[in-house]
Design a binder for this molecule. Sequence first.
Ligand code: NAP
Length: 241
Amino acid sequence: MEALIVTGASRGLGAHLLDEGRQKYDLRIGLSRSELYAVPGEAAANSRIRVDFSQRAEVEAAAASLCFGLGKTEGLTALTLVHNAGTLDPLLPAIDASAVLLDESLRVNLLAPMILSAKIGAFCKQQGIKLQIVFISSSAAKQAKRGWSSYASAKAGLEMYAKCLAMEQPDIGVLIADPGIMDTDMQQQIRGSDEANFPDVGKFRHYKQSGKLSHPSVVAKNLMGLLQAGFWQSGDLVKLV
Ligand SMILES: NC(=O)c1ccc[n+]([C@@H]2O[C@H](COP(=O)([O-])OP(=O)(O)OC[C@H]3O[C@@H](n4cnc5c(N)ncnc54)[C@H](OP(=O)(O)O)[C@@H]3O)[C@@H](O)[C@H]2O)c1
């Protein structure tokens, strides 16, 4: 039996990943703050954990609950964990960001995936479950943008964490995936941002007008296809579109 865990599964790419995983995974678990939306046809997830990744105690509790539940799942041989949850906030010049907003950003985008990877990595090692972990990153990890300092720093940190993990744990398959630009709430937030805080906003409005955004279902299909085909090595960074 194989299980799929997707963080940030209530909408956007995460919701489509859970839906796309229906063919391959017997058990699909979504994590987010809000209700999972119903994907037309069938329910996308067998199970859902409500968690706010900006709260460390909630992340630890979610990890413990996942390990408990998975430990009781008979015949579980393989697990895929996709760190997809993310937030752009604060979309502000670096010196205007408050300590509270910076703290939240790093907790959601960087610390939560690190805590979950550690807990679930140790659990799978102990139980002899084959584990692969996908880190959803962004071109922002490599390309500086005015107004995106906290998001971009967190994504760069996430990529480095993934590379260290891949080096340390040869039994875990670690993949870093850049989804490109997708038509989700996150892009809507970008387009609605203030030019004073994010001077490149016009470029992103043009992406939408000129049909440059990928549908998240296409990106989800590409990632699931890649995982199934296995044409990658641990520590690789792939572009999904
Ligand atoms: N959209 C793009 O063009 C683009 C480009 C490059 C990279 N990415 C990356 O792709 C991933 C998915 O992006 P998306 O566009 O699908 O984003 P989205 O539509 O904004 O969805 C973000 C997801 O993250 C969850 N989330 C946010 N804050 C959370 C918190 N504090 N605790 C728990 N869950 C939280 C949200 O769930 P709740 O609100 O229900 O908690 C939601 O399910 C992100 O890692 C993003 O950085 C996106």
